[in-house]
Design a protein around this ligand. Structure first.
Ligand code: PMV
Length: 350
């Protein structure tokens, strides 16, 4: 029995923010300067699959990402391990008949079903899957909201990947982070014709990591103060209403304004940070041309801390949107591969 291996597996989806998290008020606990909202992508296309196990036979905690052994000593991973172990230990204390596994070495093995080289933020799905896999292994009674507070400490955006569909991360106002957690706004089935197209820029570029980008923005951007005081609170309200009412035009406008606001704040830091490149801006122009030709807003772009583009649209406009991207972008340097593959890259939020 000493060498017995306890094991559990789970998956978590990638989420792409439509109201952006950008800025920490507490870097240790990953407490944000503002609330945010995201849409979860289909697990058929983008997800992390994670198996957590523990055994006295393991020599120590370990973490493997896409076949590569990864450092577990980082503060983020340690915070997640510690919180989950504490919860398991509390259950074991209450019920002495349970196996005492909270002190055993943990082994976490994670695989993405999309190329890491795609440059898509995978930390959100990664930490959400890690937390849920260990919570399953420990048979914790915690709700997704409870687990989101743990995942948040791994990577802020990960707290929203505990939910499918449309999720909000409420910033909270307590210093200990006990009220900074994610919450379901609506399941994907609420708006079943929503689609996302992911366009990956060919050229690999080293981006400024989100943590240092946020730190620099909070410290040096004046525009950012305006954003967190006025812009985000208004957009949170508009976006929640747009999702509830399935109002694509408003959803799209707020999504694009949010992306623009976040990237303007990055550019307003000193020295400036540029996440988008010429190819990114060409795709923005393509969305503008597409919407102008349609006479209404049928597509919305958004960019995170890198040059890759996510386009939201409704299923009924799929042919128009994908056709337009092919037409506008297949000749643009940086987008040739992605435009050609656009047809196969359509994602259903789930
Ligand atoms: O969770 P992090 O630290 O990787 O930050 C994510 C930041 C953005 O992707 C740019 C925005 C967001 O809300 O996901």
């Amino acid at each position: 029995a000493d060498n017995k291996v306890f094991r559990a597996s789970t998956t978590a989806p990638v989420n792409i923010a439509v109201v952006k998290y950008w800025g920490k008020r507490d870097a240790k606990l990953n407490l944000p300067t503002n609330s945010s909202i995201s849409v979860t992508l289909s697990q058929d296309d983008l997800r992390t699959l994670t198996t957590a196990s523990c055994s006295a036979s393991y020599s120590g905690d370990s973490l493997t990402l896409n076949g590569q052994s990864t450092d577990v000593s980082g503060a983020r991973t340690q915070a997640c391990f510690r919180e989950l172990r504490e919860r398991r230990a509390a259950i074991e204390k209450n019920d002495p008949s349970l196996p005492k596994i909270s002190t055993l070495p943990l082994k976490v093995v994670s695989e993405n079903n999309f190329p890491t080289a795609a440059g898509l933020a995978s930390s959100a799905a990664g930490f959400a899957a890690l937390v849920r896999a260990i919570a399953n292994l420990y048979e914790l009674p915690d709700s997704p909201e409870d687990l989101s507070r743990i995942a948040r400490q791994g990577s802020g955006s990960a707290c929203r990947s505990l939910f499918g569909g449309y999720a909000a991360w409420r910033m909270g106002d307590k210093d200990d982070g006990s009220d900074s957690q994610a919450q379901l706004i609506a399941p994907a089935s609420h708006w079943p014709n929503m689609r996302a197209l992911i366009l990956v820029v060919n050229a690999a570029k080293k981006d400024v990591p989100s943590t240092s980008g946020m730190q620099q923005t909070v410290a040096t951007s004046g525009l950012f103060q305006q954003r967190i005081a006025h812009v985000v609170p208004a957009n949170m309200k508009l976006m929640e209403e747009a999702i509830h009412n399935k109002d694509f035009a408003t959803f799209a406008e707020v999504t694009m304004r949010e992306s623009n606001s976040f990237h303007s704040c990055a550019a307003d830091t000193y020295p400036p940070i540029f996440y988008m490149n010429d190819a990114s801006r060409a795709a923005i122009r393509a969305v503008e041309a597409l919407n102008a030709a349609a006479g209404k807003t049928i597509a919305a772009y958004t960019y995170d801390a890198g040059p890759n583009c996510v386009i939201y649209f409704l299923e009924e406009d799929q042919e128009t949107v994908i056709g337009a991207f092919y037409k506008f972008l297949s000749g643009v340097s940086g987008w040739k591969d992605s435009a050609a593959k656009a047809q196969s890259a359509v994602d259903l939020p789930e």
